[in-house]
Design a protein around this ligand. Structure first.
Ligand code: ADP
Ligand code: MG
Length: 557
């Protein structure tokens, strides 16, 4: 166990998120003994979300520690989610003796965790001997951050954890791992092709994904955009990489970019369901230039005219060097027409917020009209956001200006990442965090608000309580006295839950109360929870993505 703690220290791990029990309790103490922070959670999935968020924000793998069987499985959901989202993290789980598992002897918490994890992680290692631990940790780190980042699993078996070694012998196992992330440059031909396509574009645009935010190459992206006057469209977690309200932001002209642009540079984004697979309403003659570290991402749903495979920083360096002030062929009316459209759309949006200003009880937009200026005046706050309507409306309402200050439920559009991600963001960065949560979304991770309280983190949780999943007006279909499947509790007092753990709490019913509570909470830099009472009919089925329901369900409103 000491070897594990020492191995984590050796590769520079600063925080471990987890939940102790047999067989990892002592390891957690020893990890603290190495000067590594051990953040103990109430549910492994949230500890995993914290580790994944640290990975996204820092480019270093976040570490999750779980007990065997159920704890392992709970944590694995977050590790799988991290892999899908390309966040580097390492899940280390206590595991039963594999020789007993393999013989199906019915040992304590018996589960073939190694093979259970394999299909949903980037790499997996099983340590059956203490001497293997340093190499496993080092290789897991490398696997998590190299190429396309992702979740890595280490099966830390009880025999390996309990093995006693001579201290001098053990010390010899450690080595300094060098060059843990080795950026790979794209080939020159691909760069030439990309520059040729870009400079001949009439209506170019840039699509920024969370891979672009993750890569921490903010200045290079800014140079490409500003020097060559290219409008940009950020995906939700790339918001702020360039200012959402900047003069070249095409945030409010998404459809126009999809339909009218002739060349789009996809930077660290995937043309998946969130981008209509690059088909449908996209201009059928579109030429895509795609920058991605993973060659297998090219041509996934649509042919890529100019794939540039390699590390984002090196790819942008090569493109900028090749461009070298080259003249663009862009139609000057392209940018000005997008700017005119943005102006019109933004005015419409402001009017929409304004129209809900006095609604009582408040609606999502009423509350967001209050929250928007407060968050925008504090751009260094990291915003965590999940829910259905709460996610969609908050994403649309709040402009971001700083990179990597927004973490949401990402590629799988899951619920249940809130408290873990908020805690991970606060621990990894030391910054203040505001989590804007739907009442349903909060339910998945609510107990881990207590973790933020125990660690005294500067986290404000804002719960939009409309009493249900989507909304609180569901009607049961058959003769039952049970609540409808979508109904939660419009009268629930989430603030009292916060009170139980010593947080500063508020129950707000009016815009003025919300304004005062949020301002005070942020200033306190302490754990705070605000229950925002919304109307039960605020919000619609599945938010903006109702079209993804099987057809018959869409008719039920
Ligand atoms: P979004 O959901 O914002 O569209 P995705 O998660 O779909 O973003 O896409 C992110 C992409 O970024 C992935 O295809 C991933 O391979 C790529 N990526 C991640 N890190 C890097 C990096 N350092 N260099 C280049 N590409 C990267
Ligand atoms: Mg709700």
């Amino acid at each position: 166990m000491y070897i594990l703690a020492r191995a984590l220290k050796n590769v520079g791990i600063e925080n471990v998120y987890g939940l102790v029990g047999i067989p990892i309790t002592e390891a957690a103490y020893l990890i603290q003994g190495q000067g590594i922070r051990f953040v103990g959670f109430r549910h492994e999935q949230q500890a995993g979300m914290a580790a994944a968020t640290e990975g996204f924000l820092t480019k270093k793998p976040g570490v999750l520690m779980t007990v065997s069987s159920l704890g392992f499985m709970n944590g694995l959901t977050a590790t799988a989610n991290a892999t899908v989202n390309c966040y580097p993290m390492i899940q280390i789980s206590g595991a039963s003796d594999p020789t007993m598992v393999d013989m199906n002897m019915g040992t304590y918490e018996q589960l073939d965790q190694f093979n259970t994890a394999k299909p949903v992680v980037k790499a997996a290692f099983r340590c059956s001997h203490a001497k293997d631990i340093p190499a496993a940790v080092s290789r897991a780190y490398r696997a998590a951050v190299s190429g396309r980042p992702g979740g890595v699993y280490i099966d830390m078996t009880t025999p390996a954890l309990g093995e006693i070694m001579d201290r001098d012998e053990a010390e010899k196992l450690f080595y300094e791992s060098v060059d843990m992330y080795s950026p790979v440059a794209p080939n020159a031909e691909s760069v030439d092709r990309a520059v040729q396509v870009l400079t001949s574009a009439k209506r170019p645009a840039i699509l920024l994904g969370k891979g672009a935010a993750y890569a921490q190459v903010d200045d290079k992206i800014k140079t490409l955009i500003e020097k060559y006057n290219i409008p940009y469209l950020p995906m939700s977690m790339a918001k702020g990489l360039m200012p959402d309200a900047g003069p070249l932001s095409a945030l409010s002209c998404r459809s126009t970019v999809m339909e009218k642009a002739d060349v789009v540079i996809v930077i660290g984004a995937r043309l998946n369901w969130m981008l209509s697979f690059g088909r449908g309403k996209w201009n059928p003659d579109m030429k895509f230039i795609q920058l991605d570290v993973d060659p297998e991402e090219m041509d996934v749903n649509v042919p890529i005219a100019a794939p540039v495979v390699g590390d984002m920083g090196l790819a942008l360096d090569a493109i900028l060097a090749k461009m070298d002030g080259a003249k663009m062929s862009a139609d000057p009316a392209w940018v000005s027409s997008l700017q005119a459209e943005a102006k019109e759309k933004n005015a419409k949006f402001a009017a929409r917020l304004d129209a809900t200003k006095g609604l009582m009880p408040m609606h999502h937009w009423t509350a967001l009209g209050v929250i928007k200026p407060i968050i925008e005046a504090n751009p260094d706050i990291i915003l965590i956001n999940e829910g259905a309507n709460t996610l969609d409306d908050t994403r649309d309402a709040i402009d971001m200006t700083i990179p990597r200050h927004r973490v949401d439920c990402a590629t799988w559009a899951i619920m249940g990442m809130g408290m873990g991600s908020a805690i991970g963001a606060a621990v990894a960065t030391g910054k203040s965090v505001v989590a804007i949560e739907g009442d349903s979304a909060f339910g998945f991770s609510g107990m881990d608000f207590s973790t933020a309280c125990r660690f005294g983190l500067p986290l404000t949780v804002v719960i939009f309580n409309n009493g249900g999943i989507y909304n609180g007006i569901g009607v049961p279909m058959d003769k039952t006295t049970d609540p409808a499947p979508t109904t939660l509790d419009i009268h629930a007092r989430y603030d009292k839950l916060g009170e139980a753990f010593g947080a500063q709490t508020y129950y707000v019913q009016t815009p003025d109360e919300l304004r005062a509570a949020l301002t005070e909470s942020i200033a306190s830099k302490k754990p705070c929870l605000i229950d925002v009472q919304l109307a039960a009919d605020s919000g619609k089925e599945s938010g903006h993505i109702g079209y993804l329901n099987p057809a018959p369900l869409q008719d039920i409103t």
